[in-house]
Design a protein around this ligand. Structure first.
Ligand code: FBP
Length: 296
């Protein structure tokens, strides 16, 4: 018989998840305050070959230190470092420390994305136990998906945070869209779909160049975000473990849909930590239409 004082595996996982989310929220003001002096590119590239900003490295090191200190976190991995870091035993935490850091210089919104997996890396979509993103916009907010619910928090400058919206669900009537990649590189079927969406009088373009900002528009107003397959990059730009799975999990938990063009993002299986995938997320009808268009 179980000793009632000993937490079950599920309870321990839940406590670790809460500690990870709490740490991310409390770190958000420190990341934000560290940005002003770190806007420039440095002489380094991330594992995907993109040039790094001083702020990318700063946010990565800060989160690695703090998340790596949590009991029950076994591995820390980040878009900014080639290999996972063994920090203990337990859950695997994957982070995009500053999503959209090219928005630093024009002073536009950016994010931090966190995915918590109960499994070794690279993990599968069904091993996700929670996902979240922080959005550094006019205010700092954090969207969290766990246990079948999405909650939006406002994070105050002192790291305290409070619920802004419980049980976030994607609105029924879509009104915004944002599609990444250069238009000449869109494949014909995607371009036809995009033209259909653009010609719908109820739809407005919202694209800011940071996935988190653009996905937050879609969760707020309903619609669709895509970073599609491209003729010169069939897997698109975004990374499965750091971007595709967590954003798919958040949008699906909020009642929307996600796809890589043929299946839910959560069913994508790639055996490389930094593998990419096309990403389509948003209102279910639009994602269905998108999949039908790509099948033609
Ligand atoms: P980083 O995480 O390296 O910043 O890249 C991801 C990203 O910035 C996404 O946030 C965004 O959707 C996309 O790249 C924008 O790409 P593009 O500049 O091609 O529009």
């Amino acid at each position: 018989m179980r000793d009632d004082a000993t937490p079950t595996e599920a309870e321990s996982t839940g406590e670790t998840v809460e500690a990870v989310l709490d740490t991310v929220a409390r770190s958000a003001p420190d990341i934000r305050q560290g940005l002003p002096g770190r806007r420039a590119a440095i002489e380094a590239e991330n594992p995907s070959g993109e040039s790094q900003k001083a702020a990318d490295v700063y946010a990565d090191e800060l989160l690695c230190d703090r998340l790596g200190d949590i009991d029950g976190v076994g591995v820390y991995a980040s878009e900014e470092r080639p290999d996972p870091v063994e920090v203990g035993s337990g859950l695997s935490v994957c982070v995009d420390p500053l999503d959209g850091s090219s928005n630093l210089e024009p002073n536009a919104a950016m994010g931090t994305i966190v995915a918590v997996y109960d499994g070794a890396l690279p993990a599968t979509g069904d091993e996700l136990v929670a996902a979240a993103y922080v959005l550094y916009g006019a205010t700092t907010t954090m969207m969290v998906a766990r246990e079948g619910e999405v909650t939006e928090y406002v994070v105050h400058p002192d790291g305290e945070y409070e619920i802004a919206q419980a049980d976030v669900t994607i609105p029924e009537e879509p009104s915004v869209y944002g599609f990444g990649g250069r238009v000449p590189h869109w494949v014909d079927d995607f371009e036809s779909f995009a033209r259909e969406v653009e010609s719908d009088p109820s739809m407005k373009l919202r694209y800011g160049g940071a996935m988190i900002g653009d996905v937050n528009q879609v969760l707020t107003y309903g619609g669709i975000f895509a970073y599609p397959t491209l003729s010169n990059a069939p897997e698109g730009k975004l990374r499965v473990q750091f971007e595709g799975y967590p954003v798919g999990y958040i949008v699906e938990t909020a009642g929307g849909a996600s796809s890589d063009g043929a299946q839910s993002l959560l069913d994508v299986e790639k055996d490389d930590l930094h593998a990419r995938t096309p990403v389509y997320v948003g209102s279910e009808d639009l994602v269905d239409d998108l999949e039908a268009a790509l099948e033609e």
